[in-house]
Design a protein around this ligand. Sequence first.
Ligand code: ATP
Ligand code: MG
Length: 578
Amino acid sequence: MSEPKPAPAPANGGADTSRHFVRQFIADDVAAGRNGGQVVTRFPPEPNGYLHIGHAKAICIDFGMAREFGGRCHLRMDDTNPSKESEEYVEAIKRDVRWLGFDWGEHFYYAADYFERMYAVAEELIKRNFAYVCELSQEEWKSYRGVPTVPGRESPYRARPAAESLDLFARMRAGEFPEGSRCLRARIDMASPNIHFRDPVIYRIMRQPHYRRGDDWQVYPTYDFAHPIEDVLEGITHSLCTLEFEVHRPLYDWVVDRMDEMGLLTVRDGHTIRPQQREFARLALDYTIMSKRKLLQLVQEQRVEGWDDPRLPTLSGLRRRGYPPAAIRDFCDRIGVSKFKSATELALLEACVREQLNRTAPRRMAVLDPLRVVIDNYPEDGEEHFEAVNNPEDSVAGTRRVPFSRELWIEREDFMEMPQKKFFRMAPGQEVRLRYACLFTCTRVEKDATGRVVAVHGNYDPASRGGTAPDGRKVKGTLHWVSARHAQPAETRLYDRLFTVPDPEADDTRAFTDFLNPASLRTVTAWVEPALLETLPGEGVQFERLGYFCADTRHSRPGAPVFNRTVTLKDSWSTSGG
Ligand code: ATP
Ligand code: MG
């Protein structure tokens, strides 16, 4: 066996997540010349909801493997179930896959376009004695099927002649029978220890309009029957999916075998393509949920602002929150691909986001919870501008001029009248640096009738303009600030985890909605430096010492951005905010 192509270096500083079993599996096939060495994968979402970060994992694997092995990945709407699917979801899915950075080229497909061919395969199975129309009720069918440890019982309809089944199947299609009265079952093995092999249902009557096919169809294929057919027809070589399908794999292979016998396998470049399914663990993230049904519930019950609410793990929510697609791809790289179910910490995703934004986001100053500072020895209507670095990580990002005057806003948290030990920020008699501007020492406070500090007075050192003293004396605290006269108000949304517990679905006796975090969104009016008003919707910035924020794409207006907090800085409030 030859070596697979060299894998990209792992991004997680040590643990090698790059040589995972899916990559190895494909590499072995390519090396062995299976399917003529071709690699064609697919990402097959059902358009019944928006994509989420779990789907991103699957997308990165499906498109990533194809890219790596010089193949291609199809985007396929797995729309074989008429209920709950819609064109809105189709469009959202395309947008999100593109945004993540992947391209399906001309290979966009709808599974529903194969209905006629799927029906023909089913008819052929009947003719070949591999399927029959069964009239057991659902309850009877279940009891006949039994449990894995004891062989099931054969349906009384199992021996029905093919001609009779063919006629009944045609009449099912024509809408002659009510839902649930009949179904088409594959004739496989009622004694198999794999319950999915016990004459599984492959077609059932469903009287619901399909979002693209209208009332054309009264019968619909099951996933287990439809999926291998879709893969065969598209000439997919590697059908990658999540672990719950592992026990269905023998059935997948059974359908592929039957199609092979019927001469229906795709031939591409002279090679007969035989798809194989492999399974990897789903991504689960703590403090969130990934079920499309539950996400839909949150949207429908208006517990969030919509599918793109920045608190949701949907790709459109993460985009609105300000997560760069490169950070999500990096995250998917770092978690790797395995067969072990485990919940990944949200902290890892946030670390990827910080790392990315640290490189790209311009630094700005904004104050979320303002406290007035008056520089008593600064001229009443004096004003000047200081040069501020846009991004210390990016040498071409340049500088900007930040206005300064006698009255400033600082963060209320950055002042303590009676400082605790190791509190190096502003306190009476304690010199601090006002970032980019000067050194300042508080001399006294002003309080209101309730004793709350409403302003801090003090003096600056005129020799420290720019932020350093000529004698080189050190100060431990560096604070961000905005000039009160120049600052502009901006609505700012501070997001936190959507749930209060790591696994809101763990307790069967309670609704997951019981664990929604009531403080997941807090809206404040921030005072921001003038440059921030130019932030374009979707653009990310760092509010120095506070975190990464982005201008909301829904609520921002020209010159009046609304900011979403993307993620806090790891930086605590302890020492210099440098
Ligand atoms: P449903 O709960 O409606 O079945 P689903 O989450 O499985 O939805 P699909 O639209 O069927 O969603 O998923 C498309 C593809 O994404 C499938 O191949 C599925 O295995 C994969 N996928 C879905 N959720 C995750 C997840 N959390 N982690 C990794 N892959 C996932
Ligand atoms: Mg699914």
